[in-house]
Ligand binder design. Structure first.
Ligand code: ARG
Length: 458
C-alpha cells in the first residue's frame, strides 16, 4: 500500500492496528468525487504554472477519471488506505507512475480535506434548502385546504384561545423559512477556496490559487493559510442550522402526535405513515413522527460533539480534525431523511373538524375575548380580567358554561355587558375579531397563505 509519507521513517512496518485506528477512509469515501475534482483542478493549475507538462497533466487527469469510474463500480479496495487522498494517489501511481510523482506538488492533505468538505457542504446546502422548501409547500397546501377550520389554541398544553388550524400550520412555514435562510447563510461561508494554503504556511511555488478556485466553482479565496486548514466553523454553522431545523421538525412531530391521539383526535395521519402493534390489534401508531422526533437528537448531538472536538485544539491542523466529518455527514443524512419523510407525511394529514369543534364547546376559551369586550366599553383591563375571572369561577363552581347564565346574572358581574355578549361565545366571531398583523384573523391568514404560495413558487 502506497503511503503519502515515509522517507524519514526507518522502514519498520506500520502496526496494522495503527492503520485501522488512524484510517478515515470509511468516512471520507463520501468525498471521493470532490477529491478527484480537487486533484484535477490542482493538476491543471500545475500545468498552467509550468510544474507539469501537458502530457503529464493528461495522463494524471485520465487516471483520475478512471479512478472515479472504478470507484463507482466498487472495483477499488479502499480498506487498505489511510484516507481518500492516499487512495487516489496510489491509483494514479499505478496508471501513470512517473507523472504521478509530480501530482502532489505544492498540495497538502490538510487543505485538500477542507476543500473537499467545503464542496460537499455546498452541494448539501442546495439539497437541504430544496427539501425545506418542499416541506413548506406541502404545509402551505395543507393550510389552504383547511383555511377556515378552527381548533383550540394551546398554551401550557391547556386550551387558551380559538385559532385557525391553518394559522398553526403557517407558523411551521415561518419557522422553516428561517431554517432555510440559516442553511443558505451557512452556505456562504462554505463557498471559499482554501487550496494553495499548503499544510499551513502557503507555498514557495508560484501556484495560482484563483485558477483552482474558479475550476472548483468557489466564490472567493480564503485569506489566511493557517485559518484555512484549522477552520471548521463553516461546518459547525451548517450543523447548527440543521440542528435548529431538527428541533423544529421534532416540535411539529410532537404537535401532530398529540393532535392525532384519541384524546385530541383533531388529526388523522395517513395509514401509509403509521404502523400497527404486534400485540394490540386496535393500534395505529405514529411511529414515523416519533422517529423524526427520535432522530433529531443525532444532529443536536453532532453539533455538541464537533464543538467539543474543536474547543481545545491548538492551531493549526491536528489529526483530531479527522473526526469532524462523521458528524457533518450524519447530520446532513439525518436532516435529509427527516425532511423528506415529513414532507410525504404532511401530504396525508387530514383534519377531523368535528373533533376540533367539540373541543371548542368549552366556552371558557372565550374569556380573553370577554375581557377585551369590556375594555372596548371603557373598563380597565385589570378590572375586566377580574370580572371575567369571577364569572368563570362562578361557572366552574356550578359546573355550567357561560351561556347558561342569564343576562341578569351576567350583568351582575358588570353592567357593561349587553345582550350581544352571547354572540361572543363563538369561535368564528373570536378569530374574526382579531385585528393585529400576524393574528389568527381568517382574512390575514388567507393573505399570508397566498403570499407564501407566491414566494415559494420562485
Ligand atoms: N484524513 C485527514 C482528515 O480527515 C486528512 C489527512 C491529513 N492527515 C495528516 N496526517 N496531516 O482530516
Amino acid at each position: 500500500m502506497a503511503k503519502l509519507w515515509g522517507g524519514r521513517f526507518e522502514g519498520k512496518k506500520m502496526d496494522p492496528q495503527v492503520l485501522e485506528f488512524t484510517s478515515s477512509l470509511d468516512v471520507d469515501k463520501v468525498l471521493t468525487r470532490y477529491d478527484c475534482a480537487g486533484s484535477k483542478a490542482h493538476v491543471a493549475m500545475l500545468e498552467k504554472c509550468g510544474y507539469l507538462s501537458r502530457d503529464e497533466k493528461r495522463l494524471i487527469i485520465s487516471a483520475l477519471d478512471d479512478f472515479m469510474l472504478d470507484f463507482e463500480n466498487n472495483s477499488i479496495d479502499l480498506e487498505k488506505y489511510e484516507d481518500i487522498h492516499s487512495a487516489v494517489q496510489d491509483y494514479v501511481e499505478s496508471k501513470a507512475p512517473e507523472a504521478a510523482k509530480k501530482m502532489r506538488t505544492g498540495v497538502s492533505r490538510n487543505e485538500q480535506v477542507v476543500s473537499d468538505v467545503r464542496l460537499y457542504c455546498k452541494d448539501s446546502v442546495v439539497k437541504i434548502e430544496g427539501l425545506i422548501k418542499g416541506l413548506q409547500k406541502e404545509l402551505v397546501a395543507l393550510a389552504k385546504k383547511n383555511l377556515d377550520v378552527i381548533i383550540p389554541g394551546y398554551t401550557h398544553l391547556n386550551r387558551a384561545q380559538p385559532v385557525l388550524f391553518s394559522h398553526l400550520i403557517m407558523a411551521y412555514v415561518e419557522m422553516l423559512d428561517r431554517d432555510r435562510a440559516r442553511v443558505l447563510d451557512a452556505g456562504k461561508r462554505c463557498d471559499i477556496s482554501v487550496m494553495g494554503s499548503g499544510a499551513l504556511a502557503g507555498s514557495a511555488l508560484a501556484l495560482d490559487r484563483k485558477f483552482v478556485a474558479n475550476k472548483l466553482g468557489f466564490a472567493s479565496l480564503s485569506s489566511n493559510s493557517i485559518d484555512s486548514v484549522s477552520d471548521r466553523d463553516f461546518m459547525i454553522e451548517f450543523i447548527a442550522a440543521l440542528s435548529i431545523a431538527a428541533v423544529h421538525l421534532s416540535r411539529i412531530s410532537e404537535d401532530f402526535i398529540l393532535y392525532s391521539t384519541s384524546e385530541f383526535g383533531f388529526l388523522d395521519i395517513g395509514e401509509a405513515y403509521c404502523t400497527g402493534s404486534s400485540l394490540m390489534p386496535q393500534k395505529k401508531n405514529p411511529d414515523v413522527l416519533e422517529l423524526i422526533r427520535g432522530k433529531a437528537p443525532r444532529i443536536i448531538g453532532a453539533l455538541n460533539s464537533i464543538l467539543v472536538l474543536l474547543k481545545g485544539l491548538p492551531h493549526s491542523y491536528n489529526r483530531d480534525l479527522q473526526e469532524d466529518k462523521k458528524y457533518l455527514f450524519e447530520s446532513v443524512e439525518v436532516a435529509g431523511s427527516i425532511l423528506s419523510i415529513m414532507t410525504a407525511l404532511v401530504g396525508t394529514v387530514r383534519l377531523v373538524a368535528e373533533r376540533a369543534g367539540s373541543a371548542l364547546k368549552d366556552e371558557f376559551i372565550y374569556a380573553t375575548d370577554l375581557a377585551e369586550y369590556l375594555v372596548a366599553k371603557g373598563v380597565s383591563f385589570k378590572d375586566a380580567h377580574m370580572i371575567v375571572g369571577g364569572m368563570i369561577k362562578h361557572c366552574v363552581e356550578r359546573g355550567i358554561n357561560i351561556s347558561d347564565l342569564s343576562i341578569t346574572e351576567i350583568k351582575g358581574f358588570s353592567r357593561e355587558f349587553g345582550e350581544d355578549i352571547y354572540g361572543y361565545l363563538n369561535c368564528e366571531m373570536s378569530v374574526e375579531m382579531k385585528k393585529t398583523e400576524g393574528s389568527t384573523n381568517p382574512d390575514l391568514v388567507e393573505k399570508e397563505i397566498s403570499a407564501w404560495e407566491k414566494r415559494l413558487r420562485k
